[in-house]
Design a protein around this ligand. Structure first.
Ligand code: ADP
Length: 211
């Protein structure tokens, strides 16, 4: 199978990956997939659901093998049922990879055409405020207590941030996630538009050989 053309939405919990990913996913030619949503769609009383709860309720990452297997199965089903057509659709991936090991494991499945780094961690108070307000709206156990939120932000700093170094600098764009959602969307869209134009300008290999 060819690698799936992917735009990674990367950032700390509360940086707005989900909000932006959902918006982008409504555009023709894009499909949004959030790893956290894959987990949350599982029956929490099943064995898999219990493993997810055991880690997420403490603000911890679910083990890598388990996470990547679940992600692969999920994407496999979407492709099999025709819900996602990688030949004509760009995947907007959010919430995975979340550490360097996951980035290595995903390498065989995805080609990262753009990495959008949503920067917000310099304002931890704002992150905490956003996560607390989401916890009330979405009934999320992982954001229910400030201690768990703090732990999630620490895990991001220690384990997730190093993922940024796994991809070439040329594919990365930093976006200020503390702007209003529409301003963040504007910055992301202009970054993506530029990259899509570049991708269209690259002639297919056969033509490149002739010229
Ligand atoms: P947020 O965007 O606020 O960080 P997510 O919905 O992406 O939240 O994730 C919720 C929880 O699901 C995480 O705290 C973690 O326990 C688990 N999880 C999601 N994605 C991954 C991943 N790639 N690796 C390990 N655990 C994950």
């Amino acid at each position: 199978m060819d690698k799936i053309k992917t735009i990674l939405l990367f950032g700390a919990p509360g940086s707005g990956k989900g909000t932006q990913g959902k918006m982008l996913g409504t555009l023709p030619g894009f499909r949004h997939l959030a790893c956290g949503d894959v987990f949350r769609s599982i029956d929490l009383n099943s064995e898999v659901g219990k493993v997810f709860l055991q880690y997420s309720s403490k603000g911890k990452l679910v083990p890598d093998d388990f996470t990547v297997r679940l992600w692969r199965e999920h994407i496999g089903k979407l492709i099999h049922t025709g819900a996602f057509r990688p030949e004509s659709t760009v995947l907007i991936l959010d919430g995975i990879p979340r550490n360097v090991h996951q980035a290595t494991m995903l390498d065989q499945y995805i080609e990262v055409v753009k990495l959008i780094a949503l920067r917000a961690t310099h304002d931890r108070e704002e992150m905490i405020r956003r996560l607390k307000s989401r916890a009330l709206k979405e009934n999320r156990l992982d954001d229910a207590s400030e201690k768990t939120i703090q732990h999630r932000l620490d895990v991001y700093d220690m384990e997730s941030r190093p993922v940024l170094a796994c991809y070439p600098k040329e594919v990365r764009v930093d976006v200020d996630a503390l702007q209003t959602p529409i301003e963040v969307a504007h910055d992301i869209l202009s970054a993506i538009l530029g990259r899509l134009q570049e991708m269209r300008e690259v002639p297919p290999p056969a033509m490149a050989e002739k010229s």
